[in-house]
Design a protein around this ligand. Sequence first.
Ligand code: GLN
Ligand code: ZN
Length: 756
Amino acid sequence: MKTAVIGYPRIGALRELKFATEQYFKGDLTEVELQKSAAQLRKRHWDKQLNKGIDFISSNDFSLYDNVLDTAVLLNAIPKKYQQLKLTPIDQYFAMARGYQGEQGDVKALAMKKWFNTNYHYIVPEIEDETRLSLVGNKPFEEFEEAKNNGVITKPVIIGAFTFLKLAKYTGQKQANDFIEDIVTAYVNIIETFEKLGAEWIQFDEPSLVMDLTKEDQTLFKQLYTEILERKGSIKVLLQTYFGDIRDIYQTAIDLPFDGLGLDFVEGRKNLTLINEFGFPNDKILFAGVINGKNIWRNRYDQTVLLINQLKVKSPSIVLNTSCSLLHVPYTLDNEHKLADTEKQHLAFAEEKLTELIELSDILKEENYQDNLEFKTRKFIFDNRDHFENLVVQDRVKSLTEQDFQRQPAFSERERLQREKFNLPSLPTTTIGSFPQTLDVKENRARFKKGEISLEHYTAFNKQKIAECIALQEDIGLDILVHGEFERNDMVEYFGEHLEGFIFTQNAWVQSYGTRCVKPPIIWGDVSRTSPITVEYSVYAQSLTNKPVKGMLTGPITILNWSFPREDISLKDCVLQIALAIREEVLDLEKEGIRHIQVDEAALREKLPLRKSDWYSEYLDWAIPAFRLVHSGVRPETQIHTHMCYSEFSDIIEDIDQMDADVITFEASRSDLSIVDVLRENQFKTQVGPGVYDIHSPRIPSVPEIKAVITHILEKMPLEKVWVNPDCGLKTRGNKEVAESLRNMVEAVNEVKREL
Ligand code: GLN
Ligand code: ZN
């Protein structure tokens, strides 16, 4: 059985591409040098796959910034505002990606959006009425030739016409349908060019096919590919889908004259059923996505072999494939020097996944594959996994009852009690938690981690910072203070490090946007809390002031969503374990006199399933209760806050209200505040703090500007429901701008109140 890879990571095993592009932006590297290091990375990645023996190796999976942006540029979807800058092609490209401010003008970047259900973000192409989509670029062809010169005939990969049109934003009157003719011609030209260059296969990535598709979507897809494939010549075309199943378009996909169809059998829950029900044509090759491209666990060969055997019944020719691009997993275990061998043997990053493809293909060749040594060892490893099982935690999860998810008394009663008890001024002011992580703060942490300073020294420094932070907030006149989070590197890693059940890598970076990466912890076993995590610093902060200090925690859904999850237990069980751990922390904070506790759920929306019909059964039905479990044990007069980093939640607004927090703060300043209308229409009960200024920019918002925002909010919301705060944590900002911005915020509140 042959093997294929949908796409390979491109950042470099040691993030070489990130450092090279950053140097280029600073002017420390020329374009030629940047392109040279990019070419080295491509060569390294092709060689890796070639040496492992992969049959279908991709090209054009590389990108200096983002593949969707590459496709936009390839197809001439370059908005006027960037053309007018008259930059070199590469700088025009980066201007679209990151914005441009300089001698040639001042233009913002194109928008960025989450790539389906991953943590990767793509650049949203903008199509104007004047845009003429046509093949104008060379990148895919150059990279194909480059690979050819390196001895590999690759299968070039391009975002398909359907997905491209679906992801683009239309700025004028025209819509996707108005561009069909042009885009068909462009794709036919792409195919023809590849044919001339000697490509045997071309892969069109169409992940948009796994979404809920309307009749119009289905018609659009059919029309595009009927026309493209009519003129395709002798090259073979692979329709590649991933991140789910294609239940809305399966019949059309198998009816059209594609030569191969790539289906995801990891996340595509219904793909196997579709094949069983509707069959699979004999003249097509099934690229079976069986190696998980998103998670880092070793493949269970025994289960995969069973699956392949089922597929074989319906499809005579199968190629073993990854479930999606390996972009979403780290490079290699070779760079992990701190993980134990007993841990490593359960993990597979990109390189190890290549080995798995080859091993699987060998196993499947054998009549008596059960005897294959590799097969046996692999099964043995899984049957004997030591993963700090914690029976107490397992029991606690099993014995949870309805009441554990229900805080008492009901919201309105708590609201009344809390109002009496706290007697806060109207429009209370607060912040989201973190204060600037200045160089000294990071250095203190780094030196402690390296063992250069003692725990006493490390803690004393943090306490000094907390004292300064409390003094500053008192001086500014904020109502609810925070300790500043100086002890935290990252809101998830910090809790992971203090909970039992997580393991950490040194170099397992995964691309998040542009060349930025994150390093998610791995949930290895049952999660539990062995001792209090945040209590000491919060209590210390509270001892310094008469104003209330808010305790600050990361919520279970966010911890789960920003980690690599286990696959041997359900996400539901896993999140409930984490919720129980955070719940203990909440109760300890309460016991020590902390009256306001914020449980951040920055990433709640991230893993919302792609199909609306799956939202509840696959996610919200356990995610929302997990949050409720965290705080259902507190007294009526303890005020629970939560925070979310975005305001696009109008479609799940009721579910967010059902989290039953007392106060929620969220990003709103950049999103024209339309969310406030939605809150009103839905009679949102939770008190709200829509961010009144954007912390993602170093700009200092003026008093009148913030006043206008507050006034706008008050036109829509009752005064007693509204809090005033920035839209996210302040850790990426500098001390000076933070102090000035917060002073302006408090002044704006005072002016608004005087005028009430
Ligand atoms: N409390 C965290 C902070 O202030 C929240 C971070 C976030 O929302 N991403 O940094
Ligand atoms: Zn935030």
